[in-house]
Design a protein around this ligand. Sequence first.
Ligand SMILES: *Cc1c(COP(=O)(O)O)cnc(C)c1O
Length: 367
Amino acid sequence: MKRPDFLSVAVPGVQKLRPYEPGKPIAELQREFGIDDIIKLASNENPLGPSPKALAAAQAELAGLALYPDGNGFALKRALADKHRIDTSCITLGSGSDHILELIARAFLAPGRSAVMSQYAFAIYAIVSQAAGAELRVAPAKDFGHDLEAVGALVSADTRVVFLANPNNPTGTWFDQDALAGLLATAPPDVLVVVDEAYFEYVDEPSYPDSRALLDAHPNLVVMRTFSKAYGLAGLRVGYALAHPVVTDLLNRVRLSFNPNSVAQAAATAALTDTEHVARTVEMNRTERARVDAGLRKLGLTTIPSVCNFVTADVGKPGREVFQALLAEGVIVRPLDGYGMPNHLRISIGMPTENDRMLEALRKVLG
Ligand SMILES: *Cc1c(COP(=O)(O)O)cnc(C)c1O
């Protein structure tokens, strides 16, 4: 029987989609190159791992695996509500903040509607928007960062969602309270302004927005956080959104009931109690990020100033080639050609020894 042309059967948004390129897993490089000693600085994970409290809670939860998770995530929502001094009716839980982005697209985007984002913004915004069949408008970046005036200028009558990453991945850039307040003041009140704060814990800038405070005055604001980065729980998949109860209710209508899973919920709830672990993580990152940035510049590379747990550098030639050469040295970083940054590499901050090894490998491959 002749195989049908499934491509033309898929919905138009999916036909044109290019899947997200994740960081290369260590096991894959082990298989391909037969090297054992591999370091992964490609997905902005926490090199210190999760809090021991989160690990213990995850372990304890395994005894209950026969039972479905709490579909309402009561304990985790309660802990988050206390942390953010907000009602639990304002919290949406997801299997990673990627999942929350999908819920937003599912609930608010469709053919005939548009989403707006910045050039170089996190790739998932484009994927979820296009999969929903919405038009995607991309505002030019300024010095690799978001230009919120340019973003605001692209909002029109059919716009339903603005996606902002603060700070942004893969550039490490951020925008301040005035910029966000300016956009919120000019955007129509029925356009959702989604601020993805996946790297919130790492930012140490006095004028970084207090988005929690802005929520009270702006029912169209959606603030997203994750347990994947500073909390070191990327493998478990937990993220959440804070938003007006009406928006939260709409997101929950499209959420499959049992996300995030029970182990993830338990680990995340326990992780919130270990503020010391996050502080230690942030402190090591601060020191090492400065050292990595200086090391890269010493190699003659240009770096984009970063407030995150990674540094993005212009390597002066196709980043994909340098990425490949680094793989042979057992070092996994992230090429950014898919972002329209063909000469840039994004390098996560690791343990001091890993950062040394990365710098040495880079020195070697750049000749
Ligand atoms: C890593 C990252 C996320 C996704 O995190 P998950 O919670 O693991 O899905 C979201 N936004 C940005 C900007 C990120 O870098």
